[in-house]
Design a protein around this ligand. Structure first.
Ligand code: SAM
Length: 279
């Protein structure tokens, strides 16, 4: 089965506006962090934004995601909390991004909440900086090494043929593993500073899409979602503001290598010029 993968470089809202409604079966993403990380692009979301600006920008993305999702399409949003300091204090406060973004999604009348999966990062460096008032009470910093993945569905129904259902079957072992609310998965050390582990999009793609569906990641970074979609015979669309990530994506997804087992076609679209790389 030949799959198609399109990588757009530009702002996710601008690009999503060009995509017709009812296109994607799943959006899986981890948005840029608020305030702490520089992804190296002047128009990036999060870095140097106030919390309010950051949330407003994300909400514009959700609006387009909701529009472009198919009926019964799913959202899997992975976002962790962030420590920051208020201007009048040296001490740290936690920005509850997990709750704030959940609240944003929950406000869409087209969406219904399905539950939250907690990804417990089994290897995390967070422990090293969490000493607070150690060895004394009373300032314990609560670890942010558990990141939620909020799952929502778009209301409506979709007919799937028996043949496609059969091709998309999940084993009993996986069914049991995936429905667990806590996922113990190692964090990754990647060339891209904020990549999520392959297992994360892999699992949600298996759980919420059928073979041949289109998966969207509006903050695709190093292309982890594209790789998982390709491996699982799903199509994908990935968007990132920073074209400098293209070599990292190519390496991760294996775009330059000969694909012996199956065929996949890749398209890279920069705001104004198209480059097509196909196999
Ligand atoms: C947390 S990273 C995603 C990492 C990805 N899950 C992976 O596995 O590599 C967030 C990404 O959002 C991108 N980004 C920031 N602002 C953006 C915007 N306005 N439109 C599209 N992408 C943006 C950043 O360049 C960064 O690569």
């Amino acid at each position: 089965m030949k799959t198609e993968h399109t990588i757009y470089f530009g702002d996710s809202v601008e690009i999503l506006k060009t995509i017709p409604k009812n296109t994607f079966q799943l959006m899986v993403t981890s948005p840029p962090y608020w305030n702490v990380r520089d992804y190296g692009h002047s128009k990036q979301t999060g870095f140097k934004d106030t919390l309010q600006q950051y949330l407003e920008k994300l909400d514009k993305v959700w609006k387009e995601v909701v529009r472009t999702l198919l009926p019964d399409g799913k959202i899997a949003l992975n976002i962790g909390n962030i420590y920051y300091s208020e201007p009048d204090e040296n001490r740290r406060t936690t920005a509850n991004l997990s709750y704030l973004t959940w609240k944003q999604l929950d406000r869409y009348k087209e969406l219904r909440f399905m539950g939250t999966i907690y990804w417990r990062k089994t290897t995390s460096r967070a422990g090293a900086v969490l000493f607070g008032s150690y060895p004394y009470p009373s300032n314990f910093m609560i670890s942010s090494a558990v990141e939620p993945i909020h799952i929502f569905r778009k209301i409506g129904k979709r007919e799937i043929s028996k043949e496609i259902k059969e091709k998309s079957k999940i084993s009993l072992k996986e069914f049991r593993e995936f429905r667990d609310a806590i996922w113990d998965i190692n964090g990754v050390n990647d060339k891209h500073a904020a990549a999520y582990p392959y297992e994360l999009p892999e699992r949600v793609i298996k759980m919420f899409t059928f073979v041949g569906d289109i998966v969207l990641d509006p903050f695709v970074g190093s292309g982890t979602t594209i790789k998982a979609a390709k491996d699982l015979n799903r199509n994908s669309v990935g968007i990132d503001i920073n074209p400098d990530f293209l070599p990292i994506i190519k390496e991760k997804v294996g775009i330059n290598q000969k694909m012996l087992d199956k065929e996949a076609e890749f398209k890279v679209i920069h705001l104004n010029k198209d480059i097509k790389i196909s196999h």
